[in-house]
Design a protein around this ligand. Structure first.
Ligand code: TTP
Ligand code: MN
Ligand code: MN
Ligand code: MN
Length: 362
């Protein structure tokens, strides 16, 4: 308890780590996500995110005094864990058949809470149930999700992300020498040994209006090389003059694609993470590419670097503290567009010190 720490008995069997508390809150967040109660889900996500960044240990509830975003429910769960090592509600959730089944189903690429719920209601409990069920139509994304389930549910290592970067870079330069390619998403935030679930890139060109062509060109090239295992392409619906949306969860309007790419093992020093031994020499990896026009590059980079919670908080800050509207496309002060060529420009417009990507893991 800060300087009261001595009051915690020395024989206390195990220190409750912050990760343990965060994991517990995340379980509850996820279960409310499945129940489609977004308010409660967000409350637990926020609480977990605040704890995650704490530079001190939490031994009792008093250690969290004065912290924002910790609601009564979150505090009660934490209190129980700090005192007894477990939370009744978390344990109950973890052993709940519906929670377990929805967690399993939504782990498939292309299966969201709605589909998972529908399958559960239809009495399905396992992948083999789903695959054997008559009258179940899997869309193309879900078919690929099942086909490559083993590979794409396995974490992507830094070496693999780097190898993919080279592969995409090669494709980009084959299409046009005048392109800008940047790593974004989780791999841009990570400093240490972290793993990601996919690799995200932002790609654009200085030639105005050519960014969509660039993206389709990259896809075409990967296809010709036989490296494209799945591709969902979303054409741009970006409207230059539209004001930013107030609603965070809306996807952005840039041209983008969600891919499954074949990554050859030989390209990665030290072999492929977790794929050794099956003798295939390649693995499937999820890759996202987004392609904004050059003058929106900084906004897209900031938006796609995440984390989701960081983006939510930054937008809320812009709105509540600065009366500005920020999203993946733009920043507005009332009706005035605030141009930016770098992320630093955006932070400066918001009157904030620059926040490094590794500090955005909220
Ligand atoms: P993700 O790749 O889903 O998440 P992540 O890279 O932070 O973590 P993980 O290791 O699990 O992949 O999304 C990256 C960021 O892009 C995230 O902050 C949300 C944002 N994003 C958009 O803004 N619009 C979109 O359409 C999508 C798909 C993501
Ligand atoms: Mn990602
Ligand atoms: Mn993700
Ligand atoms: Mn992604």
């Amino acid at each position: 308890c800060g300087n009261l720490g001595d009051l915690c008995p020395a024989w206390w069997p195990e220190r409750i780590s912050l990760t343990h508390l965060c994991d517990a809150l995340e379980v509850l967040a996820e279960s409310y996500e499945f129940k489609e109660i977004p308010g409660r889900c967000l409350a637990f996500r926020r609480a977990s995110s605040v704890l995650k960044s704490l530079p001190w240990a939490v031994r009792c509830l008093r250690d969290t005094e004065g912290l924002p975003c910790l609601g009564e429910h979150s505090k009660a769960v934490m209190e129980e864990i700090l005192q007894s090592g477990h939370s009744f509600e978390v344990e109950k959730t973890l052993s709940d058949e519906k929670y377990q089944t929805l967690k399993l189903f939504t782990s498939v690429f292309g299966v969201g809470p709605k589909t998972a719920e529908k399958w559960y209601r239809g009495g399905l409990r396992s992948f083999s149930d789903v695959l054997a069920a008559p009258g179940i139509h899997l869309n193309r994304m879900q078919q690929s999700g099942f086909l490559h389930y083993g590979d794409i549910s396995r974490a992507v290592s830094k070496a693999e992300a780097r190898a993919l970067g080279n592969l995409i870079d090669e494709a980009v330069r084959a299409v046009t020498p005048d392109a800008v390619l940047a790593l974004t998403g989780g791999f841009r935030r990570y400093r240490g040994k972290e793993f990601g679930h996919d690799v995200d890139f932002i790609v654009t060109t200085r030639e105005p209006g050519k960014e969509e062509k660039l993206l389709t060109g990259i896809i075409e090239r990967l296809k010709q090389q036989g490296l494209l295992l799945y591709c969902e392409y979303n054409a741009s619906t970006f409207d230059m003059v539209k004001l930013p949306s107030h609603q965070f969860e809306a996807m952005d309007h840039f041209a983008k694609c969600f891919l499954i790419v074949r990554l050859e093992g030989g390209r990665v020093e030290g072999g492929l993470h977790g794929a050794e031994g099956d003798g295939r020499g390649w693995r499937a990896v999820r890759v996202d590419l987004v392609s904004p026009p050059m003058d929106r590059y900084a906004f897209a980079l900031l938006g796609w670097t995440g984390s989701r919670q960081f983006e939510r908080d930054l937008r809320r800050f812009a709105r509540a503290e600065r009366r500005m509207l920020l999203d993946n496309h733009t920043l507005y002060d009332k009706t005035k567009f605030l141009a930016a060529t770098t992320e630093k420009d955006i932070f400066a417009h918001l009157g904030l010190e620059y926040i490094e990507p590794w500090q955005r893991n909220a």
